[in-house]
Ligand binder design. Structure first.
Ligand code: NAI
Length: 294
C-alpha cells in the first residue's frame, strides 16, 4: 500500500514517520520546499531520539528514512497512492482545493483521508466524486507518541472504507476510535468546552491560572492543566474550534469566552507566540504565569 501525506508540518511529518517506520512507502508533499527540508530534519532527529532510548535500532532508522520520499508536486506525489492523508493547513478552502485536485489525480480506488481537527468530513467529501472513500483520520500530537487515531465517518463514507482505516490504524500500532461526523467529532466536542470553561473560570475571577490548572491536574488526574494545554494547542486553534462548535450547533453554550477572543486578537497565542496563559520567553522549561494574569 502506497501512502501519500500532504502537508509536512507538525502533524504531517509525524504521520509520515509512523507509516514509514511500519514499512510503508510514503510520499510527503508540501507546497513549501523549506517545510519539506524541515520535515526531513525533524523525522531524522526524532528517529535519533528513538535510537538513543533503545526503542528502535539503527537499521529501523535507516529503513524508515529509505521509505520516505519528499516531493513538492501533488500530481507526482499522489498519482500512485492507495491512501492519501491530508495534513495541510486548517483552512477550509485550502482543504477543498486539495481534495478536488486529489479526486482527479488519484486512482479511483484510492482512499482520501483528512487529519482535520474541525472541518466536516462530509463537506470535504462533497467536493469529490468519491465521498464514500473520504474519511477523517485524526491523529494526535506528537504522532509517534500518541496512541489515539480518531476515525471520522462522513455522511457517505462506506463501512468498508471505515473498516479498512480501522484495521490500518491498528497495523501501525495505534488505537482507533470511530466517531460520526458532527462538529468537533468526539475529541474536540469534549475537550474544547472544557478548555473554554477553564478560561471562563479565569475570566470570572473564580481562580487564577495556577489554581485552575492545579485543580484539574491534582484533583482530576489530568497530566496537564486545561490552560497550559490550550497554550500548547494554540489559542487561535482553540478559538477556531470553539467557533466551529458554536456555529455548527447554534447553541450559545459553545460561545467562545471573550477573554479567549481578546487574547487571540492581541496575538497571545500560547507557546507559538511566546506567551498565552503562561510566558514562554525563557524557553518554557519552567512554568511562569503570564504577566497579565499575575
Ligand atoms: P502546520 O502549519 O504545522 O503544517 C501545515 C503544512 O501544510 C505546512 O507545511 C504548509 O506549507 C502545508 N500546506 C499548506 N497548503 C498546502 C497545500 N495546498 N498542499 C500541500 N501542503 C500545503 O499545521 P499542523 O499543525 O501540522 O496541522 C495540519 C492539520 O492537522 C490541520 O488540519 C490541523 O487542524 C490538524 N491537526 C493539528 C494538530 C496539532 O496539534 N497541531 C492535532 C490534530 C490535528
Amino acid at each position: 500500500m502506497n501512502i501519500t501525506v500532504i502537508g509536512s508540518g507538525t502533524m504531517g511529518n509525524g504521520i509520515a514517520h509512523v507509516f514509514a517506520q511500519n514499512n510503508y512507502k510514503v510520499n510527503v508533499v508540501d507546497v513549501k520546499a523549506d517545510a519539506l527540508e524541515k520535515a526531513k530534519a525533524t523525522i531524522s532527529k526524532n528517529l535519533d531520539r528513538q535510537v538513543a532510548k533503545g526503542s528502535i535500532s539503527e537499521e529501523i532508522k535507516a529503513s524508515t528514512l529509505a521509505n520516505l520520499t519528499f516531493v513538492d508536486n501533488l500530481s507526482i506525489g499522489a498519482a500512485d497512492a492507495d491512501l492519501v492523508i491530508e495534513a495541510a493547513t486548517e483552512n477550509v478552502n485550502v482543504k477543498l482545493d486539495i481534495f478536488r485536485s486529489l479526486d482527479s489525480i488519484c486512482k479511483p480506488s484510492c482512499i482520501l483521508a483528512s487529519n482535520t481537527s474541525s472541518i466536516p468530513i462530509t463537506k470535504i467529501g462533497s467536493v469529490t466524486n468519491r465521498p464514500d472513500k473520504v474519511i477523517g483520520m485524526h491523529f494526535m500530537n506528537p504522532v509517534p507518541v500518541m496512541k489515539l487515531v480518531e476515525i471520522i465517518k462522513g455522511f457517505k463514507t462506506s463501512a468498508e472504507v471505515a473498516d479498512t482505516i480501522v484495521a490500518l490504524s491498528k497495523k501501525i500500532g495505534k488505537v482507533p476510535a470511530v466517531a460520526n461526523d458532527m462538529p468537533g467529532f468526539i475529541s474536540n466536542r469534549i475537550l474544547m468546552p472544557m478548555i473554554n470553561e477553564a478560561i471562563e473560570t479565569l475570566f470570572q475571577g473564580i481562580g487564577g491560572v495556577e489554581e485552575i490548572d492545579t485543580v484539574m491536574k491534582l484533583g482530576m488526574a489530568h497530566p496537564m492543566g486545561p490552560l497550559q494545554l490550550a497554550d500548547f494547542i494554540g489559542l487561535d486553534v482553540c478559538l477556531a474550534i470553539c467557533n466551529v462548535l458554536h456555529e455548527g450547533f447554534g447553541n450559545p453554550k459553545y460561545a467562545p469566552c471573550p477573554l479567549l477572543v481578546n487574547m487571540v486578537t492581541s496575538g497571545s497565542l500560547g507557546v507559538k507566540s511566546g506567551s498565552g496563559f503562561y510566558d514562554y520567553s525563557g524557553g518554557g522549561k519552567e512554568l511562569v504565569v503570564a504577566s497579565q494574569f499575575k
